[in-house]
Design a protein. Structure first.
Length: 475
């Protein structure tokens, strides 16, 4: 029976409550996980603090490497099961869910490899007379307790990016997944334990929002990793205890600049993938396309022709290319934003309609107003907007006009234009002749301005979760 909510809490009186998880397409029951109260989390934090404060209990590098390598093997053995779980609870099409599992395996293996690079260095001391007669070197130490809070859209790989680096760096970690998609997270934590990680080094947390905030802002927390909305992330950062470091990964309103020399037919498949992958529920999804005025309508129609052919349905169906939105209310929101843009003058080229309570048709809008929600805020749905320009400098200025900046892209065969876009677009990464959602897991991945703080990517996260200690020896 369909429910209004994506997940719910139930439980027997005087017994542990459970978080029930449903398939976002048909709201059918997928599974459940036990929830915990503050009393238990407080005990977890205490045991984690005791582990960290006693350096004799730290896991040596060779043990961490062994655990992570074993976890990668276990992930590989359960790849099909995990892909189905991702599709079932998160609504990501099964083909894409399989790719997510493969990336998660690679990420865990990469963490194991990067442990050998967590090294210090010699610091020259005799550069002035004051330092003469001394030698100095640094070593790397874990930063302390990590609390990771994650998002729903990549329910396994995001967890891997937050938790596996903490394990690799030697930090105790408490991980809270999105309430919509806790099952993949629980599966990964269980795999880590099965691979040999002592249970006290990694705790799975399913709890309500007030309890989660209390955990995040606890002074015992050394590092807070957050993937989710900018509004929530920046609010939580403002409440962190003194000394708690953090990394925030929020969304963007990704711009794509198309220059006159670009090969339109060649780029359309890339733009379709970047715009409608996971029904647009990706933080660097293609959202705003700026095209030469003479070609904008044609490009919008080409995109629309491709979007109209995409198969929308239950993510566990092997033929599905665009799954549901994570909750029915997200369909309501996307529909309202598209209707607002069309009422204000945007041309609806394709889509613009609900296909059910949980699905929305892949949509292409031409020339929505620059102040419409679809032009200024992250849609996080299957909507791509095309704008025409006659002056490339003005197009870049419009692309840079928002308080969000993550990844961007440019399509051109002109090297000067490519370099101009790389230099002038406000983004942490500019893709040339590829869509804005491209990523490999070892590259730096971060938002600028309100889109985030600090840098993601396996090695970068491990660096953030480590700290230098220097020894100065007087000879």
């Amino acid at each position: 029976m369909a429910n209004a909510k994506k997940s719910s809490v139930s439980g027997k009186k005087n017994g542990p409550e459970k978080l029930n998880v449903v398939n976002p397409f048909d709201q059918s029951h997928v599974g459940s996980v036990p929830t915990v109260t503050w009393d238990k989390i407080d005990k977890y934090l205490t045991s984690s603090q005791q582990l960290f404060k006693d350096s004799h209990q730290w896991l040596p590098a060779f043990e961490r490497i062994k655990i992570l390598k074993k976890a990668a093997v276990l992930l590989s053995q359960r790849a099909d099961e995990l892909a189905l779980l991702i599709a079932s609870e998160g609504g990501k099409p099964l083909a894409d869910a399989r790719v997510e599992v493969a990336r998660a395996i690679d990420g865990v293996e990469l963490c194991a490899k990067e442990i050998s690079k967590l090294t210090g260095s010699q610091i020259p001391m005799d550069l002035t007379q004051a330092g003469a007669g001394r030698i100095a070197f640094t070593t790397k130490e874990p930063i302390g307790i990590v609390v990771a809070v994650s998002a729903f859209n990549h329910p396994l790989n995001l967890i891997v990016h937050q938790v596996a680096p903490a394990v690799a760096a030697g930090c105790p970690v408490l991980v809270k997944p999105a309430r919509d998609t806790p099952l993949s997270c629980k599966a990964f934590v269980d795999i880590l334990h099965e691979a040999g990680l002592p249970p006290h080094w990694c705790h799975f947390i399913a709890c309500d929002i007030p309890t989660s905030e209390k955990m995040i802002t606890d002074p015992r927390v050394a590092f807070f990793s957050f993937i989710g909305s900018a509004k929530v992330g920046w609010m939580l950062r403002s409440k962190l205890a003194p000394g708690t470091r953090c990394a925030l990964e929020h969304g963007g309103v990704a711009p794509v600049l198309i220059e006159d020399s670009a090969d339109i037919e060649e780029m359309i498949p890339s733009l379709l993938k970047g715009g409608f992958y996971h029904s647009g529920q990706v933080c660097v999804s293609v959202q705003r396309i700026f095209a030469p005025k003479a070609k904008a309508k044609y490009i919008a129609q080409m995109l629309a022709d491709g979007a109209a052919k995409l198969i929308v349905g239950n993510a566990i169906d092997k033929f599905t290319e665009c799954g549901p939105l994570i909750r029915p209310k997200e369909v309501d929101r996307v529909a309202a934003w598209v209707d607002e843009a069309v009422a204000a003058g945007a041309t609806l080229v394709t889509g613009g309609k609900r296909l059910g309570k949980t699905t929305y048709a892949p949509t292409v809008l031409l020339e929505p107003p620059v102040d419409a929600k679809v032009s200024t805020m992250e849609v996080f749905g299957p909507v791509v907007c095309v704008y025409s320009y006659t002056d490339i400098d003005k197009a870049i200025a419009q692309a840079n006009s928002l308080e969000y900046a993550f990844q961007a892209s440019v399509f051109t065969k002109n090297l000067d234009v490519a370099m101009k876009a790389i230099r002038e677009l406000e983004a942490t990464a500019v893709m040339v002749n590829d869509h804005s959602a491209f990523r490999v897991d070892w590259m730096p991945f971060a938002g600028r301005k309100q889109s985030g703080y600090n840098t993601g990517g396996i090695a970068y996260t491990m660096h953030d979760m480590s700290q230098d200690k220097m020894a100065v020896i007087k000879l």
